[in-house]
Write a protein that binds this ligand. Structure first.
Ligand code: ATP
Ligand code: MG
Length: 331
């Protein structure tokens, strides 16, 4: 069982990333062969600063290692270290429909947020993401709900490729967390918590100090009622219930039962305490790991070698099947 997922080195990672993706990565190390990638090539599709990007790669790498990724038990690398991903992206673009890309929600949302340039890279993002995963013939892709559409697209790309060129690629399954697949911004309930598009007060960062987390949770926008239960017109409280359930590893109903009759104040305090405790171990380990940049480079470099050994094989098969480049001897 092979598991692949990527995470962007944009800004600081948040509670939504942690619940939706990072905890699944850590668990994946025990369920199969985990391959995890910091996707710097995806981060350049929106406005960014090159110096800050390099630093963010280290920040994100240190966050993932502090959260429990073990480079001896998984393959952990930086996307830009390999040329196989962008090359496979180009080859797969020939079996990707332009119309499919125009329907991607992420493209619609992110292109609307850009102030200067809507890059072609932003439009092509899902094809590169398909290449990331298909290069490893991964069976499973752990992500948050917002990425479901992109995983469905990469399945279509793999199936279309195989129908046209032979059984070479694997169509992967999406894996969403049971609870917390879409954590919403604490200040704006119509959008997910986000690294690049969220409100600062509505985004709980993994490395936020405890008092900062407490303040953000306490000032989360909620309705004027008093009942701690999920409902379509109670988005703020529903989101906090979901967060507490995810952090505790229980069903949201259990949270509703426990806080039946208690007011929003006490409930928010309980959510704040639980989130602070949940993130504390990562915060404690982070500084030490982040401070040794050459150790981080070594880890990513070793990961890249292991990743290349797999991706290069897939790429050679794809080139051969597509009739690109010279014939491979013995094939
Ligand atoms: P951006 O909004 O700029 O795309 P991001 O917060 O989505 O940034 P990514 O690095 O793109 O960060 O996503 C990493 C992983 O976190 C993906 O698997 C994504 O589905 C998941 N994820 C992102 N936001 C949330 C969220 N609010 N709730 C649950 N999972 C999330
Ligand atoms: Mg994202």
């Amino acid at each position: 069982m092979r598991i692949f997922s990527g995470i962007q080195p944009t800004g600081r990672k948040h509670l939504g990333n942690y619940i939706g993706a990072i905890t699944q990565y850590v668990a994946g190390q025990d369920r199969g062969e985990g391959i995890y990638c910091i996707v710097d090539l995806h981060a350049i599709t929106v406005a960014y600063d090159p110096v800050a990007l390099r630093e963010s790669v280290y920040d994100t790498a240190a966050t993932l290692l502090a959260a429990g990724l073990d480079p001896d038990r998984c393959i952990f690398f930086r996307q830009g270290d390999l040329s196989e991903h962008p090359e496979l992206c180009w080859l797969l673009s020939s079996v990707t429909a332009y119309g499919e890309l125009t329907r991607m929600t992420q493209f619609k949302e992110k292109s609307a947020q850009q102030r200067e340039l809507v890059s072609a890279g932003l439009f092509f993002y899902p094809v590169l993401q398909a290449a990331d995963v298909l290069a490893y013939r991964a069976n499973e892709v752990p992500v948050g709900e917002d990425q479901r559409q992109h995983v469905e697209l990469m399945r279509d790309i793999a199936e279309r490729f195989n129908a046209r060129f032979g059984e070479i690629l694997v169509a992967p399954e999406v894996r969403l967390p049971e609870v917390g697949a879409r954590i919403m911004d604490l200040q704006a309930h119509d959008r997910k918590m986000s690294t690049t598009g969220g409100s600062p007060q509505g985004t709980v960062y993994v490395l936020d100090a405890p008092e900062v987390v407490a303040k953000k949770v306490r000032s989360a926008v909620t309705d004027s009622g008093a009942e701690v239960r999920r409902a379509p017109d109670k988005e703020g409280i529903s989101n906090l219930i979901e967060i507490l359930a995810a952090v505790r590893g229980v069903h949201p109903e259990e949270v509703e039962r426990e806080f039946d009759g208690s007011g929003y104040g006490a409930f928010k305090q309980a959510v704040a305490d639980a989130v602070i405790e949940y993130l504390a171990p990562v915060r404690e380990r982070y500084d030490e790991i982040r401070s040794d940049q050459s150790a981080l480079e070594r880890i990513l470099g070793r990961g890249a070698e292991k990743a290349r050994a797999i991706a290069a094989g897939t790429l050679a098969d794809v080139r051969q099947a597509m009739g690109v480049g010279p014939v491979r001897r013995g094939k």
